[in-house]
Design a protein. Structure first.
Length: 341
């Protein structure tokens, strides 16, 4: 099992350089309320030499497929063939509130989007007539989509973020890897089953397919202290948008913490952020994170490896700690992973 790290714009360079020196396989740049993925990856591409670069994820409603393909080709060229394109439909609040894009039919929209991106990366002119995307629009004779980027890989890997059974099967059918967030080992195992079904539908096996859970991570001798470092991140993510459509709230409800979700959202609505963070159940955090000392983290890594994880991404940015503390997280996780060898 390989290691990766999720970056933020604030500490991107020291974190990426440290990860490369420690032997991490990939750096992921997320995209959301604080930063886009592309700017961070462009910065890191020029400051590293070996480590792979990936978006986790570039949001599908934020860019036309042609822009996503052009961006992927450019980053792959600039990095010497190190880029992997992670894509996701995000959620209704972001899709509709930020980008004004309807969240209807997300699976069909994703399938068409990936088809256009892959066709553009392969080279040659691209026209497309789908339900959601039309290149060019009906009745128009515009010049077709055609990338002229040089020295990029036409088959560069495409990863998809997915949660539900149908989206996991779709990832198996059309992608080269799956990105999961806040995912316990048993959920990874279940996801692999769905992905395998999708691969079989496409006449493919699991060989070469990447299974990548991204886990909030904190290091402390006392596990309670480590879990407390992650509370703010959980409260922040669980507080975004409508609680009925928030993915993180839905995950907590499915794992038996519905009452805690209601209490936490009520506290947030009253502006009591610290109390809301304290209301996030420690059991929920522990089930979906890496927390504790090196030995405990190594044990958790073993569980993820046994569940089918091929690359485990460390979200050191989720911990309420210093920049030096985030480097310590990377170092501790690298030592813990070495125990698995």
């Amino acid at each position: 099992m390989k290691l990766a790290v999720n970056l933020t714009a604030r500490d991107a360079l020291p974190m990426a350089r440290a990860a490369e020196q420690l032997g991490y396989d990939t750096v992921f740049a997320p995209e959301g309320y604080r930063n886009d993925a592309v700017s961070v990856l462009g910065l890191v591409a020029g400051a590293t030499r070996r480590i792979a670069l990936a978006s986790a994820v570039m949001q599908i409603p934020a860019r036309p497929p042609a822009t996503a393909a052009l961006t992927a080709a450019t980053l792959d060229m600039l990095s010497g063939g190190r880029f992997r394109l992670g894509l996701g439909v995000s959620n209704p609040d972001v899709s509709e509130g930020w980008y004004g894009v309807p969240f209807d039919a997300p699976l069909e929209r994703t399938r068409e989007y990936v088809e256009i991106v892959r066709a553009a990366l392969r080279g040659g002119p691209v026209t497309y007539e789908g339900t959601h995307f039309h290149l060019p629009p009906a009745g128009r004779r515009a010049a077709p989509l055609h990338l002229y980027t040089e020295n990029h890989r036409p088959d560069l890997p495409v990863y998809l973020a997915a949660v539900g059974p149908r989206s996991l099967r779709l990832a198996g059918r059309i992608a080269d890897g799956w990105l999961g967030v806040f995912t316990p080992p048993d959920a990874v195992r279940s996801a692999v089953t769905r992905i395998r079904q999708g691969r079989a539908e496409a006449g493919l096996g699991l060989d070469g397919f990447e299974v990548i859970p991204c886990l909030p991570t904190a290091v402390a001798a006392d596990v309670t202290d480590a879990l407390d470092q992650l509370r703010g991140q959980y409260a922040y993510l669980m507080g975004i948008g409508d609680p009925e459509t928030n993915f993180y709230c839905a995950l907590a409800r499915r794992t038996g913490f519905g009452d805690a979700v209601t209490r936490m959202r009520d506290l947030l609505a009253r502006g009591e952020r610290e109390a809301a963070a304290a209301a996030v159940p420690a059991e929920f955090i522990d089930a979906t994170a890496l927390a504790g000392d090196q030995a405990r983290i190594a044990d958790r890594m073993r569980a993820y490896a046994a569940a089918g994880t091929t690359t485990l991404s460390v979200m050191a940015s989720a911990a309420a700690t210093t920049p030096e503390g985030r480097i310590t997280i990377l170092e501790t996780c690298a030592k813990a992973a070495a125990e698995l060898a």
